[in-house]
Design a protein around this ligand. Structure first.
Ligand SMILES: Cc1ncc(COP(=O)(O)O)c(C=O)c1O
Length: 393
């Protein structure tokens, strides 16, 4: 039998090899305690509240919610998002600057589609969010990185990067970054904005975790200092439910118009039923109260994980997140994350090797741990297993 040689597009060759298959296989084993994934806690999804909202939408306006809708998304939901930006962050946002997307992950594909020609330059943090590396890589850019430390972006590095490479945009996560859990300081945000101001590089501000600060205090976004030069994305995944796949992009109107064009070509619009149910839920529940419940639980889990690291693995250094869902740990000299992953699976605990978050082959001694999805008991047990694994290497 003759096999056809499939002629795939060359852009696929740029996509980094995915570690996710191996990870999903591991995560599917119920005897393994996994800190490797990135799920919010299932117990904190308000299933009853969302069911009530869904029932009332279906009883009252099923025929509308089940129809096609406009590409930009359900206007009352966009108004809700714009109002929340005005109230929480003091931004002069309007619904016309908001486009609903299919989870904020879609924004990463769309921003790349709007701005990148093959060979264009892009900047991002080191380490950087794997989902962004994957999304951007498909558009064949040259990706440059600037190191992220406890204060935020390395200012000297980003200054050289933007002036030398003139990237179309710089992608950053100033709040509780994935994978490091780090947050840019206030001064760092202002300084980043100041550096970008004199260039034509956009700042793409991924704010997937900005609502998840343990102290509930909003941090002013970089966009506050660069209103016309920053694009922000946000998501209901971590604060309501990821399965609804509702996120948004907040950008100057000239850019939103382009988002509209590419979004329409990609999928016409995001799931309208999800948007209606979500909006009904937001109108009938107190989101701040709900977020307060989530952050109290996550703060506790994060503290337990950090304390266990300090007690059981003092030779491992790690970040101390102010919020979010992840921390990054650095292993003692001579121990690689791949060894910890392989031995960990044998001992029934999974962590994510940091390697795929570093585009230059670095990070071999780092591991990312998720503290939101395991129970407190699993965190105790999993960290004990991890200490055995690392102690035995
Ligand atoms: C930094 C960051 N951005 C974007 C996303 C995508 O999330 P969603 O598409 O569910 O909004 C994630 C998911 O974990 C993330 O960690």
């Amino acid at each position: 039998m003759k096999y056809l040689a499939y002629r795939f597009a060359s852009r696929l060759a740029q996509a980094p090899p995915s570690f996710l298959d191996e990870l999903f296989r591991v995560s599917a084993d119920p005897s393994i305690i996994s800190f490797a994934g990135g799920l919010p806690s299932s117990e904190l999804i308000d299933c009853e509240g969302i069911t009530r909202a869904a029932r009332s939408v279906m009883e009252e306006e099923a025929c509308i919610a089940l129809q096609y809708t406009t590409t930009d998304g359900y206007r009352p939901l966009r108004e809700y998002i714009a109002k929340r930006y005005r109230r929480r962050l003091g931004l002069a946002s309007s619904a016309d600057e908001i486009q609903i997307v299919n989870g904020s992950q879609q924004c990463l594909d769309l921003i790349a589609k709007i701005f990148l020609n093959a060979g264009d330059h892009v900047g991002m943090e080191r380490p950087g969010y794997l989902g962004a590396i994957d999304a951007f890589s498909l558009y064949e850019p040259v990706i440059h990185t600037a190191p992220l430390d406890d204060e935020g972006l390395n200012l000297a590095a980003i200054e050289v990067l933007v002036n030398k490479e003139r990237p179309k945009f710089f992608y950053g996560i100033p709040n509780c970054q994935n994978p490091s859990g780090r947050t840019y300081s206030q001064e760092n945000r202002k300084a980043v904005a100041e550096i970008l101001k004199s260039t034509d590089t956009l700042f793409y501000e991924d704010d997937a975790f900005g609502e998840l600060f343990f102290d509930a205090k909003p941090r002013p976004p970089v966009k506050k200092y660069l209103p016309e030069q920053a694009v922000m994305s946000g998501s209901f995944s971590k604060i309501i439910a990821p399965g609804m796949r509702i996120g948004w992009v907040y950008a100057p109107k000239e850019i939103i118009t382009r988002f509209n064009i590419v979004k329409q070509a990609a999928d016409l619009h995001s799931n309208f039923l999800s948007q209606k149910i979500l909006h009904r839920y937001l109108m009938t529940n107190d989101l701040d109260d709900h977020i307060g419940k989530i952050t109290r639980v996550y703060q506790n889990k994060c503290r337990i994980m950090c304390d266990l690291f300090d007690d059981l693995l003092p030779e491992v250094t790690h970040t101390y997140p102010e919020g979010g869902m992840f921390l990054l740990a650095t292993l003692p000299p001579g121990i690689s994350s791949r060894q910890v992953f392989n031995k960990g699976v044998e001992q029934k605990v999974a962590v994510l090797p940091g390697l795929p978050f570093y585009l230059d082959g670095g990070g071999v001694d780092t591991i990312r741990l998720n503290f939101s999805s395991a129970t407190e008991h699993q965190i105790f047990e999993g960290m004990t297993r991890l200490a055995r694994v690392i102690g035995g290497l």
